[in-house]
Write a protein that binds this ligand. Structure first.
Ligand code: NDP
Length: 271
């Protein structure tokens, strides 16, 4: 007497499920994640490894990278590298590919912030933030994209920020760098669009990393302000960015390029 029709699982169902799983999988893919030893980069590495990828994480501190790689397992390897050393970038990418094979995914995650009123920001401050967050991102992207375009295959992800969308006080250089990265995403996505390479950004909202937790706990006012601006009423976890990165890097996102995906508990609805 029930109106619910139970159909037995058949071959078609199984095949559709397999196709669905395959589309979201990163099985057999090789990913390079800058700043992958801590925070958001580490979570992206964990999620991509869990989705089947081999992952190379980079950063300046060997001990941090080693511990991070060991905490995940054999599918994660590391390479000590300072992204701001532009002359070393091509050699680093060549070494990664010679050792592990062709790169499928680049995640430009390494980044630094500086909180100072605009009038106190020096030329040295400004250069340092822009050099790390913008120029290095361009240089590494160019090195990887030239190889990806030649192979007609690849995905590039930028980790941007709400600071690219909104005027957030005391982060003038950081906001300039992240807005510029967002602009770069659209141009690169357009130039590579017929050539098998997709380029997208993720714009995280307030994500609870070890560092941001310390900062928020030491400044309850800031914590309250951030929470008021977050419609979902809670901070994001690093794996929320990791999961979005897996999706954008996977074939499930094969028709998405030039996009900036907010992962922010609703911050981007409006302040
Ligand atoms: P972390 O400071 O934990 O991560 C930054 C990572 O980048 C570190 O592992 C650091 O390693 C690495 N790094 C910094 N400078 C260099 C360099 N010159 N060369 C190589 N690696 C470098 O912060 P998060 O995880 O929070 O930040 C990751 C990204 O997410 C950044 O781009 C940030 O702007 C962005 N973001 C974060 C938000 C948040 O709420 N946490 C919100 C919005 C955006 P090492 O020092 O060993 O080199």
């Amino acid at each position: 007497s029930s109106n619910v029709h139970h159909r037995p699982a058949d071959a078609t169902g199984t095949e559709a499920q397999q196709q669905h799983a395959d589309a979201f999988s990163l099985d057999g893919k090789l990913a390079l994640i800058t700043g992958g030893g801590t925070g958001i980069g580490l979570a992206i590495a964990q999620c991509m490894a869990a989705a089947g990828a081999t992952v190379i994480i980079t950063g300046r501190r060997e001990a941090v990278l080693r511990e991070a790689a060991e905490s995940i397992g054999e599918s994660v390897q590391y390479m000590v590298n300072d992204v701001t050393d532009l002359s070393a970038i091509d050699g680093m990418v060549a070494e990664v590919e010679a050792t592990y094979g062709p790169l499928d995914i680049l995640v430009n995650n390494a980044g630094i912030n500086l909180k100072k009123p605009a009038l106190e920001v020096t030329d040295e401050d400004f250069d340092r933030i822009l050099h790390t967050n913008l120029h290095s991102v361009f240089a590494l992207t160019r090195a990887c994209a030239s190889r990806m375009v030649a192979r007609q295959k690849g995905v590039i992800l930028m980790i941007s920020s709400m600071a690219a969308y909104y005027g957030i006080d005391r982060v003038v250089a950081y906001a300039a760098s992240k807005s510029a990265v967002e602009g770069m995403v659209k141009v690169l996505a357009s130039e590579f669009s017929g050539r098998g390479v997709r380029v997208n950004a993720i714009a995280p909202g307030f994500i609870e990393t070890a560092m941001s937790r310390t900062a928020m706990n030491s400044d309850p006012d800031r914590r309250d302000r951030a929470m008021r601006r977050t419609p979902m009423g809670k901070f994001g976890q690093p794996e929320d960015i990791g999961n979005a990165a897996v999706f954008l890097a996977s074939d499930a996102a094969r028709y998405i390029t030039g996009a900036s995906l907010p992962v922010d508990g609703g911050n981007s609805i409006g302040f």
